[in-house]
Design a protein around this ligand. Sequence first.
Ligand SMILES: *Cc1c(COP(=O)(O)O)cnc(C)c1O
Length: 356
Amino acid sequence: MKYPFIEVNLEKIKHNTKVVSNICRNHGVNPVGVTKVSSGSTELAKAMVDGGIGILGDSKLDNLAKFKDIPAKKMLLRLPGISEVENLVEFADISLNSQIETIRAISKEAIKAGKIHEIVLMVDLGDLREGIFYKNKGEILKTVEKILELEGVKLVGIGTNLTCYGAIIPSEENMGELVKIKEEIEKIFNIELELISGGNSSSLCLIQNGGLPKGINQMRLGTSILLGLVEVTWTMIPNTYNDAFKLKAEIVEIQEKPSMPIGEKAMDAFRNVPTFEDKGMMKRAICAIGKQDCDPEFMIPDNKDINILGSSSDHLILNITNCDMDYKIGDVISFTLDYVAILRCMTSPYVRRVYI
Ligand SMILES: *Cc1c(COP(=O)(O)O)cnc(C)c1O
């Protein structure tokens, strides 16, 4: 076996998908399975589809292109660029949009390809990432009017994203605003919109606290499916796994050393000035992985007696003083990964993927 590798437990992902999807459907919400953490893993996308997901969402068209043969609708999560519309129309059925210029370009391309591309118009409820600002009603209505004039695209609904840039919590109030905007559009243009895409995993807190306004009928879910976690409330969804992703890294050094560096101090390799606490001599191990390929702040050693002291690009430094286990060179340390570490590992060409 060669290290490091990330071990992805597809059964656990499938199980989590089923549990989370059930909760959603019981509240009239259709879940989109968000795969963007996986750098286009078809295995992971298939596990979500096996768990009952009908729409796969990803932020990159390169990833959606890999899912071409998986039987599910494909949604592009990040606003497409005008330069991407050809690939967009080929590899995605739905996209989130806020700019009429881009939607016009999609329309042209879709007509050429003989397809109808579905548009979700994004509304910014105050998190201040993508979407037309919700108080800018004139701009929202003007954009809708122009989309309705276009061929090759179909306005299927409106959507929002929260808790990403501004860390704003989804609430009955801000989501209610979204429902009102949808109803206003329907009345003014005498149309029916099938969709209100009510955010990411953080919006599950509205199901947890009973504050989900009627009408929100889609959520785009990554973290909650992959980790069983709702981030706003920092709660685990009952009957889900939080350890579907493990990193296995090899020990390349074990030495007794002090806990305090010796000599005059400058900045470390990442331009920080580190501080240390004197804990006397330590038994320290180095694993052959670092910040380039994972994120030590978002991984937990499975052996609770190990603590992570720090890392540089390619070295992970561990304190193994308190371990009962007598580690040797070549032994492997296992870590359970949180979202950011999964993202790094799955994106790194130096970390192999093993599916179980
Ligand atoms: C990443 C993302 C999601 C999924 O976020 P999670 O918190 O992982 O569920 C949903 N929608 C958009 C637009 C995203 O960028």
